[in-house]
Design a protein around this ligand. Structure first.
Ligand SMILES: [Fe+2]
Length: 178
């Protein structure tokens, strides 16, 4: 039986850097892409409509991926949208749901959305919600009459972030560009 508490399945607990063998060290050095660290506190809350804001964390233009925290500040609606990619969200604070489904996401809950899904995001929590998102592919927004409004993708997110930074004399954080 698999004993998950057996220490032979866990890595070293030594508090030190361990040099491990790497067959392709030269190739990784030439072609590998460095990992990134982004200090979230330094990324401004950029208004997204009147009752929401986005804290941008990362932009990956090769894969049309953006990562950010969406903050709906009090109970409210983000709007009907259609996905053409796959997104992952984790609820950090408060709660959110979709009018189309019967579940409510609370702190720590995991949300996965796939191409073709179309739904309307709302928060019924008086304190709103904060959602961490890893968002791949275009998201198309529609108005209440089902008229197409706008495509939100990595280019849209970069423009949203940089426009706000320029207008408020905030330096662009290059670490966010993967
Ligand atoms: Fe969605």
């Amino acid at each position: 039986m698999f004993d998950t508490s057996d220490t032979k399945f866990t890595p070293s607990s030594a508090y030190e850097i361990v040099k491990i063998p790497e067959t392709y060290a030269n190739i990784i050095e030439r072609y590998g892409v460095e990992g990134k660290y982004v200090n979230a506190q330094e990324s401004p809350w950029v208004p997204f409509g009147v009752n929401a804001a986005i804290r941008h964390l990362a932009f990956d233009v090769r894969n049309n991926i953006a990562s950010n925290i969406l903050w709906i500040k009090s109970g409210g609606v983000i709007g009907t949208h259609k996905h053409r990619g796959t997104i992952v969200m984790v609820c950090m604070e408060g709660s959110a749901r979709y009018l189309e489904y019967d579940w409510v996401a609370g702190p720590g809950d995991f949300i996965w959305e796939t191409p073709g899904l179309c739904h309307t995001l709302v928060s019924d929590d008086p304190n709103g919600v904060k959602l961490f998102g890893w968002l791949q592919g275009p998201i198309e927004f529609y108005d209440e009459n089902a008229n197409f409004l706008e495509t939100v993708d990595v280019w849209w997110y970069i423009n949203h972030y940089e426009t706000y930074c320029r207008d408020h004399d905030i330096p662009i954080n290059k670490q966010m560009y993967l």
